[in-house]
Design a protein around this ligand. Structure first.
Ligand code: ARG
Length: 439
């Protein structure tokens, strides 16, 4: 291991230090590789903070204008890829501030008045998660739109409905897909709930105890689109339940996608043959030329592992943390960024796959007719038309199903006379319910 460097200490906080951090210390401490994704939010937060300091006469108009102009220029540099992120400057906050110093000189050092990186990062992160929720809810709505179109298109296309993955009763493909649209709708509402609860501004909490400057927390909260400042400064800098809640929302939505993915995987097998995926949404095998694999669906199912893991990750990071800020909290961003990326990709892949898939409605109808799926309808007919008690109707139906099983035919292929031998009240009308669909 290399010995610690003996060059100058850190310019941002190194006043009482004689030595620089050792290489490994620098590595474990730096978060710039991850938190550079917060740059937009960091600049937005800094501009709001600076405007507030100027309004409160903590900063002069001249200094604040120079700072804001500098920050806007930095935004352009980052946007265009010209900005150089440096590990020795640890994180996004110090990378930006240090560049500001290079650009505008001494006034840059005044931006951090009445602020700590603790309330700065808590603010940035809330802004980021809020933007992420807005993007994800749109992607959910897009997928819902696709599912709802398919629901309408296949409103009258029968398929077997399953319980225990055994053919149970006939349903329509429309009914089946509509169930997923309902799940996604709850997912969306869950994200919006999360957004509502988290929409408070930690800015002004400073390190943990607030600050003696005459700041205006309501101003920064409003400027940044928050409903209000957090009530407690100590909670403001250390709360990450909003991020954990976001991760739960992602995990639950991912689990819903995974259930749908599982059905697509089953349905695309030769055994089911309910759906054919388009070439652009499947892959081939390098050894078996006949294969067409539902990889996107499998990956959506497989990525549930990351989504669930990320939630446990952040819950565990928070566990047993004393108030207020602890560096452990720097570990909060990676799982959140990863879940956002993973779920966004999954929602888009699911949509693309469904939009280009072809459902074999003939095959689904045939399957709906297999497995005596209309037996419950037969029992209900006996109750409704003949006034037979349901338990007795169930028994009679069982006898008729056994008869069809012995003959190796479908229920609607039985002769009326054979059914009448079991229950004499049965009439011709029975075929109306025995057939899944009159062709
Ligand atoms: N990079 C840090 C984080 O993400 C910023 C806050 C650092 N605060 C501190 N007291 N060292 O949490």
């Amino acid at each position: 291991m290399k010995k610690k460097k003996s060059t100058k200490s850190n310019t941002m906080w190194g006043g009482r230090f004689e030595d620089k951090p050792s290489d490994i210390m620098e590595q474990i401490n730096a978060s710039i590789g991850v938190d550079q994704r917060l740059w937009r939010q960091d600049i937005r937060g800094s501009i709001a903070h600076c405007q507030m300091l100027a309004k409160q006469k903590v900063l002069s108009k001249k200094d604040s204008e120079a700072i804001i102009r500098g920050l806007e220029q930095i935004a352009e540099e980052i946007e265009s890829g010209r900005f150089v992120f440096k590990t020795e400057l640890e994180d996004i906050h110090m990378n930006i501030e240090s560049r500001l110093k290079e650009m505008i000189g001494e006034p840059a050092g005044k931006l951090h008045t009445a602020r700590s990186r603790n309330d700065q990062v808590a603010t940035d992160f809330r802004l980021w998660v809020r933007d992420a929720i807005d993007e994800i809810t749109h992607l959910i709505e897009d997928l819902q739109g696709t599912l709802d179109d398919l629901r309408d298109k296949h409103a009258n296309d029968p398929m077997p409905g399953f319980t225990h993955l055994q053919a149970a009763q006939p349903v329509t493909l429309g009914m089946h897909l509509s169930a997923y649209s309902c799940m996604l709708n709850r997912d969306k509402l869950r994200f919006l709930d999360c957004r509502n609860r988290m929409n408070e501004s930690p800015l002004g909490s400073a390190a943990l105890a607030g600050t003696p400057y005459p700041i205006d927390r309501n101003f920064t909260a409003e400027t940044l689109g928050f409903d209000q400042p957090t009530a407690s400064t100590m909670d403001g800098v250390s709360a990450r339940d909003f991020a954990a809640e976001f991760l739960f929302c992602c995990a639950q939505a991912g689990v819903h996608l995974s259930r749908l993915a599982e059905e697509i995987i089953l349905w695309s097998t030769t055994q089911f043959g309910f759906v054919r995926l388009s070439d652009s949404w499947s892959t081939g095998s390098s050894i078996m030329p006949q294969k067409k694999n539902p990889d996107a669906a499998e990956l959506i199912r497989g990525k549930t592992g990351r989504l669930n893991g990320n939630l446990i990750n952040l819950l565990t990071v928070q566990k047993a943390l004393p108030l207020a800020y602890n560096k452990d909290l720097q570990e909060d961003k990676e799982p959140v960024f990863d879940s956002f990326d993973t779920l966004s990709l999954g929602l888009q892949a699911m949509r693309g796959m469904l939009e280009t898939a072809t459902f074999d409605t003939e095959r689904m109808l045939e399957a709906a007719e297999d497995g005596y799926t209309t037996a419950t309808r037969l029992a209900d007919w006996l109750v409704m038309e003949l006034g037979i008690a349901f338990r007795d109707a169930h028994h009679i139906t069982g006898t008729i199903v056994k008869m069809a099983e012995k003959k190796g035919c479908k229920l609607h292929d039985l002769a009326l006379a054979d059914m009448q031998a079991v229950e004499k009240g049965i009439t011709d009308d029975i075929f109306r319910v025995l057939r899944v669909k009159t062709r």
